[in-house]
Design a protein around this ligand. Structure first.
Ligand code: ZN
Length: 181
């Protein structure tokens, strides 16, 4: 069975806490984002390749991604958002190239990738984007960019929006809701 494409516009997470995972995108100073990215990334090795989880490739139900597929997605979110962040910091009000997340999952055969490699790639991608956020200072947080569907972001709202994604997917895999920071 295939996964139903996620067509929801998730920008509402900037307005209110997520009722599913419990994460509140307004509940932390934006300067905390690099550390939060690294903390999230540190949880994935256990999920993807830990001795307690031989079922990384197993979908818990037919319409829901396996931990491995979620890990691939989070890795690619970090990679893709790092490119977008670089655009926002180097160009004035860029338009982000479109990214079809569900098509990527199918084309790149997420479910057939090697969990150990995905673990390493996710960590590298997290380090890269955390490092770029670490470099953001002062007025750079208010630089702007737009998604192809018209959603507009500042670097700050982009950071808060991004942060929900890996947190929510860790919840998808572990069932543990985000705790208040
Ligand atoms: Zn959520």
């Amino acid at each position: 069975m295939t996964i139903v494409p996620d067509t929801k516009d998730w920008t509402w997470v900037l307005e209110r806490p997520c009722p599913e995972c419990g994460f509140d995108t307004s509940g932390f100073p934006v300067e905390a984002v690099p550390g939060m990215i690294l903390a999230n990334a540190a949880a994935w090795p256990q999920v993807l390749a830990g001795p307690g989880n031989p079922g990384a490739r197993t979908r818990p139900e037919p319409g829901k991604w396996s931990p491995l597929e979620y890990g691939c997605h989070v890795r690619d979110v970090f990679l893709r958002f790092d490119q977008r962040l670089e655009l926002m910091l180097s160009q004035d009000d860029p338009l982000f190239p479109n990214w079809d997340q569900d098509a990527t999952a199918v084309q790149d055969r997420y479910g057939e990738q090697d969990p150990a490699e995905v673990t390493a790639q996710l960590r590298r991608a997290a380090l890269a984007i955390a490092g770029r956020f670490e470099s953001v200072t002062g007025g750079q947080w208010q630089r702007t960019g737009s998604r192809s569907d018209g959603a507009r972001f500042t670097v700050e709202t982009f950071a808060r929006y991004l942060m929900h994604d890996p947190v929510h997917h860790l919840y998808d895999v572990t069932g543990r809701r985000a705790v208040a920071t």
